[in-house]
Design a protein around this ligand. Sequence first.
Ligand code: ADP
Ligand code: MG
Length: 260
Amino acid sequence: MTASPTDDSTTAGSTSPAPPMIVMKNVQKHFGDLHVLRDIDLEVPAGQVVVVLGPSGSGKSTLCRTINRLEPVDSGVIEVEGRALPDEGRDLARLRADVGMVFQSFNLFAHKTILENVTLAPMKVRKKSKADANARALELLDRVGIASQKDKYPAQLSGGQQQRVAIARSLAMDPKIMLFDEPTSALDPEMVNEVLDVMVSLAKEGMTMLVVTHEMGFARKAADRVIFMADGAIVEDSDPESFFSQPESERARDFLGKIL
Ligand code: ADP
Ligand code: MG
């Protein structure tokens, strides 16, 4: 071997390497006396798909919500693409635009058409013209298989269709990260796959994703990494294959025994 550099960061040449998409360091969060996030350390590189597992109440939703600042933290550092999370103001709006989030409940605007649901934020926040916003929305609706429904209202669509619209609506902001919090939990079983298929294709295209889901099929197909939480802490952090075949902790074995 020739002389090896002592510091990996010097090997990439003169340009510094891209920062991780998400960084959390020593993050603590309480709700009153309840310690919901315990010293969370997490780094997610660009393009990685992380599935977050854990029993109900373990802090999975809170973890997601802190990343786009829907929930403030008590202490610690959260950075998105190398920038610390802003507290308020215009920077916060920009951050929220960069970090898309899809919830269990679809939260579409009931009195707006499907197309309007997707074009609203890009026009308001990204200042896109109506023509540009419409063109992009139709492209995204087509991609999630809903283009023919564009003039309908949310209540006229099935749950699976509404959730696909919610995904298209998030994507219309050109987010750098997509957070999914149990996106298929409220759906009838026959509609789960149509939503997961959209998420799998997004994962394959290189989107950075943090996905809270109990859908093991998705985890096996699309996850690069599985994080298992219990009582507000990250208890395991490994690749899906090792996690499912040889979980290290009693908590994870117990959890897997219940859901598999
Ligand atoms: P999970 O998504 O894993 O089920 P959550 O992050 O929703 O867990 O909740 C973690 C814990 O924090 C739970 O005990 C929950 O009851 C509590 N919690 C969540 N949100 C709030 C809130 N806004 N106020 C008080 N307690 C909360
Ligand atoms: Mg939750």
